[in-house]
Ligand binder design. Structure first.
Ligand code: 2M8
Length: 440
């Protein structure tokens, strides 16, 4: 079948996934594995949803921000009260958010995820500016987005170096990434018999994090919960400055500048914050010997010598020094990520001894990170590489199922099927191949 027809069909199927995964006020990442609302999933979903129903894309983000905490944090999961409390673990009974100070009435987790929301809000507005203005979409969301970014830039500057720290691997969105192995090794896991996983009912154990990983995730989350999710009071055992989260915060502040201009507010503070965080990112997290950005342990002050896809995503930051941009693109095209012949972008170095083609964030290629890398390539004028990556994403998706992640060597789908951000970002690539982070 000619490629153009395949793609027309692909767009239709992608739209159908988004329609089927819509739950009145939000989209579930997957009908089986993730039956609630997730934070960065909703932002990625909004980028695609705006092409078929801009109003729904607005509601997606508004629902998430209705669950914002008083301190500005946007929870990583908002639980749907209509779904059985045991359908996902750890569910509302574990997080006990309603007992925590400043939590919303709806049950949520106490963790966060990377800040993709402001760029999503700006893209959603531009999909139908008239309807957005009529509903006061940006005016209402702007102060909430500002509070969210303030929380990240201040309460989460746990290392005092001008970068936001994550306090749990789930906060990176790249849960079992090898980048967290070292800081996580200090955490004594809860014993396996003390919890019952639900994810293994829906996905192959070899595709998911291990029980030992879960034991550590739960240990960290329990300690945070038992300190009321108060950052200053929790003796964090894990606090890491993640390059991907901080690069997204830069892009998000630049999007805030565009939103501020649109609603007649002052964009200057957003430009200033973006420049400050970008400076710290380059100074503290770029590793010239690796040709990539690496995380930094906020507790020890040491860099973690592990390059993952999170270390190339900072390409989305405009105005990086040229030698850094070139080094990161070389890394992407070299044997670690093989941009021009792998399926999309592997989540971990293909040559690493502990690389796994199927275990979740330890090797498989994901659509959201490929979409971000493509945005980074466009930001710095690598249009041909961006075009090749788009083709790779569409071809991989066309092989079927809108899977959660794929084996970078053969493109075979893994994890959940009919996955929302996969469908959404494929739709976005089909309908709007232009760059759109940081205001487009
Ligand atoms: C995955 O994370 C959740 C925990 O938040 C899980 O494994 O149960 C990650 O891929 C994360 O990035 C994503 O937001 C979430 C829902 O799709 O699933």
């Amino acid at each position: 079948m000619p490629l153009v027809e395949t793609h027309a069909d692909l767009g239709h199927q992608a739209g159908q996934v988004l329609v089927d995964n819509w739950r009145d006020t939000h989209t579930v990442p997957s009908d089986t594995l993730y039956p609630h609302q997730w934070s960065w999933d909703s932002a990625f979903v909004a980028f695609g949803l705006r092409h078929i129903c801009p109003r729904r894309a607005q509601v997606e983000l508004e629902t998430l921000f209705d669950a914002q905490w008083a301190d500005g944090r946007v929870p990583h999961i908002v639980f749907d009260p209509r779904v059985d409390a045991d359908a996902y673990f750890p569910g509302p009974k574990f997080w006990q958010s309603s007992g925590a100070p400043g939590a919303p009435t709806v049950e949520t987790s106490g963790l966060i995820q990377p800040p993709v929301h402001a760029p999503a809000a700006w893209a959603v507005h531009r999909a139908d500016p008239e309807e957005s203005t009529r509903r006061g979409f940006l005016e209402r969301l702007y102060p909430r987005l500002a509070a969210w970014h303030r929380y990240l830039a201040t309460d989460r500057d746990l290392g005092g170096r001008g970068l936001a720290a994550i306090v749990h691997p789930w906060e990176s969105g790249m849960d079992n990434s090898p980048a967290w192995d070292l800081p996580l090794s200090r955490v004594e896991p809860l014993p396996g018999h003390s919890f019952v996983r639900r994810d293994l009912h829906h996905a192959a154990p070899a595709d998911r994090p291990t029980d030992a990983d879960y034991g550590r995730y739960l240990k960290l989350a329990t300690r945070y919960r038992d300190h009321g999710y108060r950052d200053a009071d929790t003796p964090h055992e894990f606090a890491v400055e993640d390059p991907c989260t901080n690069a997204l915060l830069v892009a998000a502040e630049l999007a805030m500048a565009r939103i501020a201009e649109e609603i007649g507010a002052d964009p200057t503070p957003h430009h200033d914050t973006a420049a400050r965080i970008a400076g710290a990112l380059v100074r503290l997290l770029f590793d010239p010997a690796m040709g990539a950005f690496v995380p930094r342990d906020a507790l020890t002050g040491e860099r973690i010598a592990s390059v993952t896809v999170g270390g190339v995503i900072p390409l989305i930051v405009p105005g990086l020094p040229e030698e850094i941009t070139e080094a990161v693109v070389d890394t992407l095209c070299g044997p670690w990520f093989r941009l021009t012949d792998a399926h999309m972008v592997p989540s971990y170095r293909l040559t690493a001894p502990d690389y796994s083609p199927r275990r979740y964030w330890r090797g498989p290629a994901w659509y959201n990170t490929a979409w971000l890398v493509r945005e980074g390539l466009l930001t710095h004028g690598y249009d041909n590489l961006a075009q090749a990556l788009r083709a790779s994403m569409l071809e991989t998706a066309a092989s079927g199922g809108f899977r959660e992640y794929v084996d970078p060597w053969n493109g075979r789908g893994r994890g959940s099927g009919r996955f929302s951000w996969t469908a959404s970002l494929v739709l976005d690539l089909l309908r709007d191949p232009s760059g759109k982070l940081a205001g487009g």
